[in-house]
Design a protein around this ligand. Sequence first.
Ligand SMILES: [Mn+2]
Length: 369
Amino acid sequence: MRPNPLLMTTPPVVERLHMGPGRRIVAISDIHGKLDYLKGLLDKCELKPDDAIVLVGDLLEKGPDSLGTLRYVMELSKRREVHTVCGNCDFWQNFCDLPDDKAQDAFYLQYLVGRNRGWGDGIIAQMLKEQGVEIGWKMDLAAAKAVVRENYGPELDFLRALPHIIETEDYTFVHGGLRPEKGAFACMKLDAYRTVAKPHEKWTVVGHWPLVLYHEDITDARPIVDEDLKLISIDGGCVLKDDGQLNAFFLPDMTWTSYDGFPTARVKTAQEASQRHYYIRHGDNEAEILAEDGEFVRCRHIRTGYVMDVPADFIRTREGSRVTVNDITDYRLPLKAGDVISVVRKTSRGYMCKKDGISGWYEGEIEGV
Ligand SMILES: [Mn+2]
């Protein structure tokens, strides 16, 4: 989302909450419009009436159902204690609230027509389509804003009311990281916060940066609890990564669960972890094609020289033999007979799968759970 000139300079809104000692808090971040994952995850959480839920930003955008997710969270907030932090994908009230501005409108038009750079319809597009407004380069943006303003008052009010930071007696929740002196936007969009953060006085829970990006040679979406920094990172890469997951982190227990929607199966035979493996990821995914067999393409990762076979449809862009590759690992998971895995894809060379938040491959046979 385009940095908002107002948010660049305005200080973050801080909401202070009294939670009471020992209260169970369920923290979830980066749902990104993936309502089925949110529902699946909440089912797994086995919520008790007294539990509080804190959504740590990025409810919206990139996934399939931003409007449905927003409505679900609004409805859930009426039934039980839910607190939501604003993420860098959430402040769409500005579509209606910002003064008319040519550059800003050009951004909104690009966002609507370009379907958020190819991610798919975002919340404003979903609202407009629900109202039968046609989206195109020649659309009347002022009229579209009026339609949203008239028909989505409660939704806009909900977004307007979101704080950027939630403080309880024991914890801080912020989407990107704590940089209050730099303004609201800096707190929402602080990339790779764990690599720049200073130790916190209170345990601080953040989302925003997919956990897999903190690892070099393994695709690991498990929450990271950094004792030195008192920092808990929980973005499982839901929607952003094909095999991403939605994590729920439980306080004060410091335990977690996750949901990913893939079918599960039991492995029939044990296998050892690979000794050498790599994770090609977004931002560092340039490769050169060495060979192709239809289903798989043998690539050499340009920066590291690592050679990996990837499914042919993981090639994103191609110019001659130079390609970019969708996130992928060749890690062979360590498994015991009877272990339960999530099956992401079946190939002629085994299963692309996940076990406890870690992605990899299994070469043996499976049976249903
Ligand atoms: Mn996000």
